[in-house]
Structure formats: structure tokens, C-alpha cells
Design a protein around this ligand. Sequence first.
Ligand code: NAP
Length: 249
Amino acid sequence: MTDKLGFALVTGASRGIGAAILARLSDDGYPVVGTATTSPGVATIDHWLTERGRAGSGWLLDFRSATIESLEEAVKNLEQRWGPVSVLVNNAGITRDDLLLRMTGALWDEVIEVDLSAVFRLTKACLRGMLRARGGAIINLSSVVALSGNPGQVNYAAAKGGILGFTRSLAQEVGSRGVRVNAVAPGLIDTDMTREITPEQKKLLMERIPLRRLGKVEEVAGCVSFLASPAAAYITGETLQVNGGMYMS
Ligand code: NAP
């Protein structure tokens, strides 16, 4: 069971899906800490919270330069202020697309670093507190391409597929200690990440989506809120697909 003794930590909360998750978990009553890679991003999160008189804060964090040790130290400081992490949402992510034959090692490494290794590092930093509190929910953002594959995204699909194996394995490690671990796999959601799709590409994609539209960030946030809530108390190791029917399994 997840209670609201502690706080919710959302990575990549400055915009897109992460900003909607931060808002939704705050609406649900959690103090929320959201990360951003820039000071203006942190200020956006702080402003959103103070404007509404909500508990929480922004945290300047770039996974390209964060070690397990620096994350453990930062999480310890946050726990002193807000109590244990009740909900960890590993949402931050990037794409660096290219066909495999053209993909450089740097493009591969950056995506694996930010989309997969960061999930390992931050989860490790938060888990001890959750186990001590004997409760918590971890929700990892995967993607439809982890299941369907997508040409031009071998790095991203590998990272997002890795998240699913990570989620199921950790769920088995910590279930007996009251911590649930689940994944959300969005399809095409209307954010900065999908705004570069050309109208022609969008038209073709729409034909593959039974609901005939992009998803809204609030629709992903609602699923995260559900997985964090007592309504999902018997769900762990699961992947919730939020893709308008684009891929069914
Ligand atoms: P987005 O709008 O591009 O936002 C990405 C977030 O990640 C931003 O808050 C960004 O922070 C943060 N971030 C980027 N690089 C980072 C780094 N090195 N260290 C720490 N944080 C970093 O993305 P989104 O569309 O909301 O996607 C959110 C999650 O959902 C991602 O994991 C993505 O893979 C997944 N997803 C999205 C879609 C979609 O259609 N949009 C579909 C499937 C899965 P700054 O603002 O500071 O740059």
C-alpha cells in the first residue's frame, strides 16, 4: 500500500509527461519533488508549486553527470525534509534517433545512460528508504516501441525494453517488503518529443491508431496516479499500455 507519509519524486518534471505527472500526484495529495536539467526548469516546477500553495520543490539534476553516490546524497537530503520516497516515477527520457548503420557509439551511449542506467541509479538511491518504510510504488516510463520495435530507434527501444525487464525483476525482489514496481508504456503522446513528426508521418501513424489521435499527457499521468494508489495495491511487475490501441499485446 502506498500512503502519503512521504513524498513523490518525479524525474523530468519540467515539461511534457513528467510535468503532468507531478501536477497529478500533487493533486492526489503528495508533496512532490520534480527534477529538471536547467535552472529555468527548476524554477518552473517551484513556481507551479508555490502558486498553488503545494508542498514540494524542484531539483536540478542531469543524469549525464550523476553518480550513484551523488544521487544517494541528494535523496538523503530530500528524505530529511520530506520523509521517505513513497512514489518514485522514473520518467526522464531522451531520443537520439538514427538507423543502426549510421548510429554512432555516442548516440547509443547517451540514450542508454539517460533512459536506462539513470533508472538503475536513482532507484537504488531511493530503495533503501522505501524498504525501511515497508512501502512504496516505483513507476518506470517505458514506451510502445519497447514492445513493437521501431526502425531508427534501436538505442531507445533497447533502453525502454530494458526498463521492462528491470521492472519485472525488481518487482520480484521487493514485493515481499511492500514495494510495488510497475511500468507505463505510452504510445504517441503530444509533447516536445513528438512535435518533430511531419504532418505526412502523423497521417500515416493515425491510420495505425484505432483511437485516431495522439494521447494527452494527462492521460499518462492518470495511469501513473492509478499505479501509485491503493487501487493498484495488488498490481506489481505489470506494464500498463497507454497507446490508443496502436499496439496490443
Ligand atoms: P520531453 O517532453 O522531451 O521531456 C523530457 C524530460 O526529461 C524533461 O523534463 C527533461 O528535462 C528530462 N531530461 C532530458 N534529458 C535529461 C537528462 N540528461 N537528465 C535528467 N533529465 C533529463 O519527454 P516526454 O515526451 O514528456 O517523455 C517523458 C517520458 O515518456 C520519457 O521517458 C519518454 O521516453 C517516454 N515516452 C514518451 C512518449 C511520447 O510520445 N511523448 C512515448 C513513449 C514514451 P529538461 O526539461 O531539463 O530538458
